[in-house]
Design a protein around this ligand. Sequence first.
Ligand SMILES: [Zn+2]
Length: 258
Amino acid sequence: MMLTIIPIRAFKDNYIWLLVNPANLHCAIVDPGDAEPVLDFLKKQQLIPCSILITHHHYDHSGGIIDLKAIYPDIIVYGPEQESIPGVDRYVRENTPVILPDLGLSLTIFDIPGHTKGHVAYYGNKMLFCGDTLFAAGCGRLFEGTAGQMYQSLAKIRALPDETLIYCAHEYTAANLRFAAVVEPHNRDIQKRISDVVVMVKKNIPTLPSLLLLEKQTNPFLRCQIKTVIDSVQEHQGEVLTDSVSIFQSLRAWKDNF
Ligand SMILES: [Zn+2]
């Protein structure tokens, strides 16, 4: 079944993703931090929300749950087992089967800790909803987890097929690419992507979803085993780093202060 995926903008730069089945107008909502723009859209399009998928507990991803449930009490809310989020009905963790019959969609859950300790991703139909873990050309900050956890979480995502579409939760692409271009000044894929993104941002078109293949070519956080990135990080850090997790950790710290 073909689903239509729609971004709803919220707050300054969040995307709330809607998975819509055009045949029956049922939909699932990913990370509704704010109920209002979602309610407006549902009403306008006469959509029937059947489920909410929550990636992690941060307010800009979960703050709209209660208001949406108040209006649509039949919604089933899925959320990470390791985090306490008001309004979640069904707790998920790695490999919990999630089936959304109204959308004809089966989802696989991945535990991807690092940004928060219980962060999960939802994967199905070659789409990955990964919240604040992998961003276009970047990755989430380490608020609750370790660099090692985040590195493993990103490795899990990197192992998915190249054609996977990455639906992350923020429009950070342009700023992330500015950093990527400093880490790898001679990477032509990054330069090409920057010119593409400049046009999209100017036209106010979302730069998402992104293709995992493109992330592998342009996202420094997925390239910690590549010599140009290793050299660049070591030069910035002023010391020799002997393993990929240390490279990742140093790269993340560099970006934090960029
Ligand atoms: Zn977050």
